[in-house]
Ligand binder design. Sequence first.
Ligand SMILES: [Zn+2]
Ligand SMILES: [Zn+2]
Length: 275
Amino acid sequence: MQVITLGTGCPLPDPDRAGPATLVQAAGFNLLFDCGRGVLMRAAAVPVGPGGFTAVFLTHLHSDHITDLNDIITMQWAMSFVPTALKVIGPVGTAAVVDRTLDMLRDDVGYRVAHHADLTWEPIVEVTEVRDGVAFEQNGLRVLAEPTDHRPVEPTVGYRVECAGRAVAISGDTKPCAGLDRLCAGADLYLQTVVRRASIEAMPVPRLLDILDYHSTVEETADTAARNGVGTLIITHPVPAPPSGSELAAQWVTEASTGFDGTVVLADDLQRFDL
Ligand SMILES: [Zn+2]
Ligand SMILES: [Zn+2]
C-alpha cells in the first residue's frame, strides 16, 4: 500500500501546497480522498490521470476539500472513450452537491457534446452516501467510514483503508471524537488535518480564531495518535502553514512528538509513504 499526499494545503492559497487531497494506491486501485485545489495537477505528477481514480472519497463538503471535484468530473468524462461512471463516496449531502456541480457544468457539457461527434454522452457520476461501516470493498481491500466531529459542519466522515494486514486512517477536519478513535485504532498511518493553536492565537483575527472550534490542534492530534497506538502520524492541511523546512515546521513536529512516541511527519505535497 502506498499513500501519497497530493495536496497538503488549506483554504488559504499557498504557492507550495495544493488543496487537501490524498491518494492511496493498493490492490491495483487508486483511491482519492478529497479533491482540493490543483488535485489533477498533483495527480499528474504521480502519474494518475483523471480517468484513473477507482473512487473519490469525500470527508466533508467544505469548499477547500471539494474545489476541484468539478475538474475531475469534467476531465474524467471528456477524456473517456466509452461511457464510464465516476464513483464518488461521501457524507449525506454529497449527492446534492454533485447534482448542483453537474448543473454548473451544463453549458460546458453542451459545448463539448455539440462539438465532438464521438462524445455522445454526458458525465456519469455514481454517488454513494455513507454514515459509517463499509464504504468500499474489493480485491481484499476495504474502506471503512466513521462519523467525525467538525460541527457546525455536519455530517462529516473519516475513512480507514485496510489491505494486506495494514491500515491507514484518513481523517478530514475534525475534533477528537469516538469515530476518529475507531478509525485510528492500531493504524500503521494516521493522516490528520491540523491547526496550531499558538500560531492562530497570535493573529487576533476573529475569522481565524473561529477555526479552533472545529479542528484538531497539534496537541489533540498527538493525543489521538497516542491513545490509539498508531505507528506514524502524518500532519497535513497545517493552519497556518509553516514554510517547508523552516524552524517553525520543525517546531510543529517537536510539539506533536511531546505527546506521541511514534514517528511524526509534517507532510509536503507529493510525499510518499510505503506500507
Ligand atoms: Zn479544511
Ligand atoms: Zn472543513
